[in-house]
Structure formats: C-alpha cells, structure tokens
Design a protein around this ligand. Structure first.
Ligand code: SF4
Length: 258
C-alpha cells in the first residue's frame, strides 16, 4: 500500500489475462503527474509535433517509472522476455515513432527481419480475430535474443509492465489460455506509468489526434503497406483504413481537469 491519503483503485492486470487488481491510489502523486505531464506534452506537441513530443515524453516516462516508490520490487530484468510474447496495444503516435527509429537505427538485415515478422504476425492475427489473440502467444517482432531491438522507443504499455514475480509472467506464457493468471504487481509503478500515459494521451486528444489503441503488428503492417498513414494521422484522421481501434477509457478521470 502507498500513500496515507490514498483511495482504493483498480487497474488492468498483466499478462494475457484480463485480470483486475486492487491498489491504494496515491491521489496527490497521480494528480501531480497528470497536471505536469499534460502541460509539458501540450507545449511540446506545439513545438515538436506528435513524434517529437512522444520522444520527449518517453524520456520522462522512464524517469518517472524508475523513481516510483516500489520500482525496486520489479522482477523485470534484461533478458527476461516472457511478456514479449503477449500482444501489445499502441497508439498511432507510437507506431510512427517506432517506424522512424527502425529506419534510422536498425541495420538493413535487421529491418528486413522485423518487417517480415510484422507481416507474418499481422496476417495471422487478422485470421484468428480479437478474442483469440488474448489467449495465444505471439512473439513480438522486435524481440531478438531475448532483447528488445527498439528499447528506447518501446511502446508505453511495455514500459508500464510492472510484475514483481517473473514466475507469474512465465506461467502466463506457458498457459496462455488461462486468463485467471494474475502475476503479482508493483502498485506504485502501475499508478505512475498509467498516470503518465493518460496525461500524454489527454494532450494528444485535445489536439485532435487519434488516440485509439491498435494491436502493434497489425498497425505497423498497415502503416507500411497502406500509403498515407502518417499524413492521415497528422490531418487528425484515422490513420489505418480497415483497422478498428479501441477507445481507451481514462482511468483517473475524476482527479481533476487534465
Ligand atoms: S516492443 Fe520490445 S519490450 Fe515491447 S513486447 Fe516487443 S520486444 Fe518486448
């Protein structure tokens, strides 16, 4: 439990499952992150554009997570990659940030490998449908030798992973259709990460950008194969024709204006 002025809260669990966890909400901390991050993101969206703002916000995101009150309890370690076999949801701005990084930083061979895996994942995920993807392991195209090859720009949901016992993550990997598995988690890390993402998302939404959540591989594949995705995004349109994003309900909506 954290904070003496906390209120109870709930959030989405880790792993493949739709588990729900309860925690004590540190209202003052969450409110401060919401206020601070939204103001900075709003300013940077105007000066640096969405990808520039996302990059700057990502640096603050990592810094905040590292200083969360229970950050030291995380089980996440380099080389531990159970969670990189669960499907990942991203916002469109993350898709374009990742693609810029891939073009800029990966070798030709590595880029070709990644794009081939993106294509294969996307084709398969479209075949099996939305429900089955939550009960099936899907290796992330960015995972190589148990390392993330886009680590500096990895999705927000990857940054926010907050398990305190890798055995639970492994169990979710080994029994992917058991949605009752609910790995132990770090509530302080969860709140800090969720508040940060919610504030950045609110700033994006206020500027009219699409902030729906899309599955990582299918969104990347659409951006790579359907011309004009970035232009549509910057014109405040839905960037991925034929893909339905999920509207994400703000979790801390009752904690003041953001
Ligand atoms: S983007 Fe990186 S951290 Fe996220 S699932 Fe893929 S390999 Fe893992």
């Amino acid at each position: 439990m954290i904070g003496s002025d906390g209120a109870s809260g709930q959030g989405n669990g880790n792993g493949n499952g739709a588990g729900t966890m309860e925690f004590t909400l540190d209202v003052a901390l969450v409110r401060e992150i919401l206020r601070h991050e939204k103001a900075l993101a709003a300013d940077e969206l105007g000066t640096a554009g969405p990808v520039g703002a996302q990059l700057r916000s990502g640096v603050r995101h990592d810094s905040r997570l590292a200083s969360a009150p229970d950050a030291a309890t995380l089980a996440c370690r380099p080389g531990c990659a159970w969670c990189c076999h669960f499907t990942v949801d991203v916002r469109p701005v993350e898709v374009f940030t990742i693609l810029d990084y891939v073009e800029r930083s990966l070798t030709d061979d590595e880029r070709a490998r990644v794009y081939a895996e993106v294509r294969a994942n996307s084709t398969w995920l479209r075949e099996i449908g939305a429900d089955e993807r939550f009960t099936t392991n899907v290796k992330c195209p960015f995972l190589r030798d148990a390392r993330c090859v886009i680590y500096p720009v990895r999705p927000q949901s990857c940054r926010n992973y907050h398990a305190t016992d890798a055995a639970g993550c492994r169990q979710s990997y080994e029994v992917p259709d058991d949605l009752g598995i609910d790995p132990d988690f770090a509530p302080g890390v969860y709140q800090v990460g969720a508040a940060h993402v919610e504030a950045f998302t609110a700033a994006m939404r206020d500027r009219g950008y699409d902030v729906d959540a899309y599955e990582l591989s299918t969104a990347l594949d659409s951006a790579l194969t359907r011309p004009g995705a970035r232009e549509r995004f910057e014109a405040r349109q839905k960037p991925f024709p034929g893909l339905d994003g999920d509207e994400v309900t703000p979790e801390f909506d009752d904690l003041g204006d953001r």
